[in-house]
Design a protein around this ligand. Structure first.
Ligand SMILES: Cc1cc2nc3c(=O)[nH]c(=O)nc-3n(C[C@H](O)[C@H](O)[C@H](O)COP(=O)(O)OP(=O)(O)OC[C@H]3O[C@@H](n4cnc5c(N)ncnc54)[C@H](O)[C@@H]3O)c2cc1C
Length: 276
């Protein structure tokens, strides 16, 4: 969200919100996904209607990471239903303490409750909290997702798991040695991909490839660690959680299927997927 505010926010928004993001004093959540709008984000329905000096927000988000502890929600919502679905989308910064917001944490299969349902009922948000262009923010959201998909966090969540598995792996077993080498190469390749994103050397849309590679690598690491650590992993809550959490990596921030669609259409120039 920081890069989104730098690119599309006003000077006042940058001055107000960026310092807290930089120091980690404020926590933000991203209100994008809805029960009927995940991969097909343009079908989102949460609405913001102008009323005097406020936006009045109504609707529901889901899978909103850290919503229960967030100070702000970077909300993607609909300010108009005219035209094609990706038109009429706007971005609004919603302080989470406003009346009318209800957060219900969801327990995932690791028993963690980090993502939530968020319900908005007549939530009044000052108009100056609009980020960028009213009704034309879908491309802002896509640009923000480029940052989300190409960051180093996509690669290294399971590194401690990898190190623990390598520490007890049988280094004399030729197959295990090959696997360790292949995964270490994966870390180095992933790091180069992330550097290319950070240095703006990757072509537009390429963060889809970076995310695919890095998050699928996270899953290969979890699979390797589960096999190497065996039953011992289930006796250690942190290890067991890291292994059970792995399927989420290729879903959050856009699934691998969607990343491959983006690569096919935007980078390889393949025919566009037919829209219903
Ligand atoms: C751990 C975690 C954290 C998350 N945090 C957040 C968050 O903070 N904020 C937020 O807004 N969202 C968050 N999400 C939600 C995430 O962005 C969505 O789950 C994701 O975009 C997929 O949407 P969906 O769950 O509705 O699945 P769907 O879109 O219903 O997809 C279901 C399946 O169909 C496939 N599919 C769908 N359309 C196509 C297509 N056109 N071509 C090929 N395959 C297709 C998908 O790949 C998937 O396998 C999080 C998810 C997870 C797992």
């Amino acid at each position: 969200m920081g890069p989104g505010l730098i690119a599309f926010g006003t000077d006042e928004q940058r001055a107000e919100f960026l310092p807290g993001i930089l120091t980690g004093e404020t926590t933000w959540c991203i209100g994008m996904s809805e029960p009927d709008a995940g991969s097909d984000l343009a079908s989102l329905k949460t609405s913001a209607v102008r009323d005097g000096d406020d936006w009045v927000v109504n609707g529901q988000k889901i899978w909103t990471s850290f919503a229960a502890v967030a100070d702000y929600c970077y909300l993607i919502c609909r300010t108009s239903s005219e035209g094609p679905p990706h038109r009429g989308v706007s971005e609004i910064i919603v302080p989470m303490e406003l009346p009318g917001i209800e957060v219900r944490p969801i327990k995932d299969m690791t028993a963690n409750e980090h993502f939530c349902e968020v319900f908005f009922t007549d939530v009044r948000v000052p108009i100056e909290n609009l980020v960028g262009v009213e009704g034309d923010a879908f491309k802002q959201t896509m640009a923000q997702l480029e940052h989300e998909r190409g960051g180093i966090d996509r690669l290294v969540s399971n590194r401690p798991l990898f190190d623990r598995a390598v520490a007890v792996a049988d280094g004399d077993d030729p197959i295990v040695r090959q696997e360790i080498a292949a995964l270490e190469i994966g870390y180095r390749l992933g790091r180069i991909l992330v550097y290319r994103e950070a240095l703006k050397q990757a072509p537009a849309g390429f963060s889809a490839a970076t995310k695919c590679f890095c998050t699928e690598h996270e899953q290969r690491v979890a699979d390797f660690a589960a096999r190497i650590l065996g039953p011992a992993a289930t006796a250690d809550a942190e290890l067991a959680k890291a292994i059970a959490y792995a399927p989420g990596y290729t879903i959050m921030g856009g699934t691998s299927n969607i990343m491959r669609n983006i690569l096919g259409e935007r980078l390889l120039g393949l025919p566009r997927e037919p829209r219903p």
